[in-house]
Design a protein around this ligand. Structure first.
Ligand code: F0G
Length: 460
């Protein structure tokens, strides 16, 4: 798995956006001003930005052409119908409700179905999904297979749900108490790992046998479908579109952040079969997002999504996309850098506590790695570890750190070339050789919620 092919770009460059290198001295000053928090760094001070794959895609000439065809009518814009048709042809549900991004879709769906005390199972909730369940007084329950938490288990479908656990959980709780079961594909909070078609079918059967609705968190559905085609027995002869349709045929609906696998910079949607629930969601939508044929977006955004959803299923695109992530992972492994394996669909996750074994967890090795990577090479990555997820942050009690201390290098879609990836791999290899010089950090200022966005730190 460590000898990935060089992913030759299946596109040529028609428009360029300059990026600038800064000096190490400038970056050190920027870090100081930013409280050693890469979220506070102005993006034009960054050379390669791997903070997220969300909303950072490059659109195609075809999508930009569609932007010019935006119909900005308040109601019934023609682009809505293109978008509805594109979503229906892949997802297969009758109702298509646009929202301005993924978390708005989550908020509206949960507002309609989650009541105080209701548990919501998922393989692993993404943060916004978790927060939107909790805001309703619901209880997010993660039921991923055990291997999801083992960064060295080289298995093809570590995004799977533990079906036995799910069945037991539903029986114990009583199916009437559970408003829906969700499944995140690929599993962002678990290394960007895919779920298999077999597992999706089993989850669906369990849900149907108990009469509990089953929804996908479908942000990265095309990457998941591609992994199924590459890895699952009996799927090699199918197209990615056929596999996606089979996945969605197992469910009752989906929420989607179009900022990922619809190849756009803003957008999202809910799609579902149930007429009554759709009516209720549209009423909630009108209060906050807008009329049901635009849902917080411009007509041109809907057109870009419609076209992006078709492009994302192009197998040349997907081979390159997943190939880029695998390629970066293989380069890092060659330098001995510890990473989560196998490499996921949208990001390489570094095991930061192993990369920096001299920095104890309470001095935040993942965070320290993001700071060092920016200072040495102008690269921005994101910590997914102690600063983001530690419990009991008072400093008085015993702090519980999350199991994995990760740094995520997310690859924006169609944005960087092989030489950019080589640059990232070389910078990390150099940093790894000099890792003893990297210092831990302490917190000087923090907020009670989602502290990683605003925390200020100093180096020890
Ligand atoms: N679900 C998953 C699995 C996600 O990864 C995200 C966003 C969302 C829902 C929310 O969508 O941002 O459009 O509101 N993930 C981004 C990331 C932010 O960096 O992984 P959104």
């Amino acid at each position: 798995m460590s000898d990935a092919k060089m992913p030759v770009e299946p596109f040529r460059i028609k428009v360029v956006e300059p990026i600038r290198r800064t000096s190490r001295r400038e970056r050190a000053a920027v870090l100081k001003r930013s409280g050693f928090n890469v979220f506070n760094i102005p993006a034009d001070k960054i050379f390669i930005d791997l903070l997220t794959d969300s909303g950072t895609s490059a659109m195609s000439d075809n999508q930009w052409a569609g932007i010019m065809l935006g119909d900005e009518s308040y109601a019934g814009a023609r682009n809505y119908f293109h978008f509805e048709e594109a979503v229906r042809s892949i997802f297969g549900f009758a109702h298509v409700i646009p929202t301005h991004q993924g978390r708005a879709a989550e908020r509206i769906l949960f507002e309609a179905v989650v009541k105080k005390g209701d548990p919501v199972p998922n393989n692993i909730h993404f943060d916004t999904t978790r927060a939107n369940v909790e805001v309703r007084g619901g209880v997010p329950v993660d039921l991923a297979v055990e291997e999801a938490y083992d960064p060295r288990a080289e298995l093809p479908f570590k995004g799977n749900m533990d079906v036995k656990k799910l069945d037991r959980f539903i029986r114990r709780t009583g199916p009437k108490k559970i408003p829906l079961v969700m499944m995140t594909v690929t599993n962002n909070s678990g290394g960007g790992q895919p779920a298999s078609l077999q597992n999706i079918r089993q989850v669906s059967e369990v849900c149907r046998s108990h009469g509990v609705p089953f929804f996908f968190d479908a942000c990265r559905f095309a990457e998941n479908a591609y992994f199924i085609r590459e890895r699952e027995k009996g799927c090699a002869g199918k197209t990615v579109l056929e596999i996606a349709r089979e996945m969605f045929a197992c469910a009752d609906g989906a929420t989607m952040s179009a900022k990922k696998d619809a190849l756009v910079n803003i957008g999202g949607f809910i799609t579902l079969a149930d007429d009554d629930l759709a009516r209720c969601l549209k009423n909630l939508l009108i209060i906050s997002e807008g009329f049901p044929t635009y849902g917080g977006l411009a007509g041109r955004d809907l057109e870009a999504m419609a076209r992006g959803l078709q492009e994302v299923l192009d197998e040349n695109y997907l081979e390159h996309r997943v190939g880029q992530v695998a390629y970066l992972g293989a380069l890092l492994e060659k330098s001995g850098i510890p990473i989560y394996k196998p490499v996921g669909g949208h990001a390489v996750y570094i095991l930061a506590d192993e990369f920096l074994p001299h920095i104890p967890r309470h001095q935040y090795p993942g965070w320290a790695l993001t700071v060092a990577l920016y200072r040495e090479a102008g690269i921005r990555a994101v910590e997914i570890g102690g600063v983001m997820f530690a419990k009991d942050k008072s400093g008085r009690g015993k702090t519980a750190f999350p199991k994995l201390e990760l740094v995520r290098l997310s690859i924006p879609r169609r944005v960087y070339t092989v030489s950019h990836l080589n640059y990232v791999a070389e910078a990390l290899a150099e940093l790894y050789r000099d890792r003893d010089k990297v210092r831990g950090l302490r917190i000087v200022e923090q907020s009670p919620h989602l502290r990683h966005f605003t925390v200020r730190m100093e180096e020890i």
